[in-house]
Design a protein around this ligand. Structure first.
Ligand code: FMN
Length: 167
């Protein structure tokens, strides 16, 4: 699969098979996450790979959509603003940029090995903090459910035309 094929293969999976993801696949994905670039190489991120049933059930309460119940694993992507690069000219905090790059590495690595993911940002951060026992300095930025897609058809990509995004 070349890179364009991989980009096309990744889509938001909202229905997962009830089977665990093998540890070696989790390790592969997290190695791709670990090697992600970040501003000034600050790596202002922490990730929790949640598969333990009680913890997973508590975490799922942070996102009220029924479909997330099918996920056998959720990766919690957190940022530490104190560790991130802040641009000198305007003090822009790059935590979200860095964590987003790492999360997209996660999603593409998963797609490459036949696994599905879905970015979830519309979650209750306090509920997530509580379920995970997160320290104050970590902000939960995205929840990424991970598992084998239950539906095998890749939906059509609805995107703006290139002419509409080029300046
Ligand atoms: C930053 C971000 C946040 C998102 N949050 C959610 C979410 O909370 N719930 C959800 O179902 N999808 C969420 N999505 C998935 C988008 O809806 C999806 O990526 C978009 O519609 C394009 O579809 P595709 O991923 O299948 O190509 C999010 C995507 C991104 C990039």
């Amino acid at each position: 699969m070349n890179f364009l094929e991989l980009v096309k293969a990744r889509y938001s999976v909202r229905n997962y098979e009830h089977r665990a993801v093998e540890q070696e696949k989790l390790d592969y994905i997290m190695e791709c996450v670990r090697l992600s670039p970040s501003a000034v190489n600050c790596q202002p991120w922490r990730f929790a790979v949640v598969t333990e049933p009680d913890r997973l059930a508590s975490l799922k309460r942070a996102y009220s959509r029924e479909w997330i119940q099918s996920a056998p694993c959720i990766i919690v992507a957190c940022g530490n603003h104190a560790e991130a690069w802040h641009r000198k000219s305007d003090n822009k905090d790059h935590t979200d940029v860095d964590v987003s790059i790492a999360v997209e590495h996660l999603c593409l690595a998963a797609a490459e090995i036949g696994l599905g993911t879905c970015w979830v940002c519309n979650f209750d951060t306090e509920c997530c903090r509580e379920a995970m026992g997160l320290p104050d300095e970590l902000e939960p930025i995205a929840l990424i459910p991970l598992g084998y897609p239950a539906d095998k058809t890749v939906p059509e990509k609805k995107r703006k035309d290139l002419k509409d995004i080029l300046l």
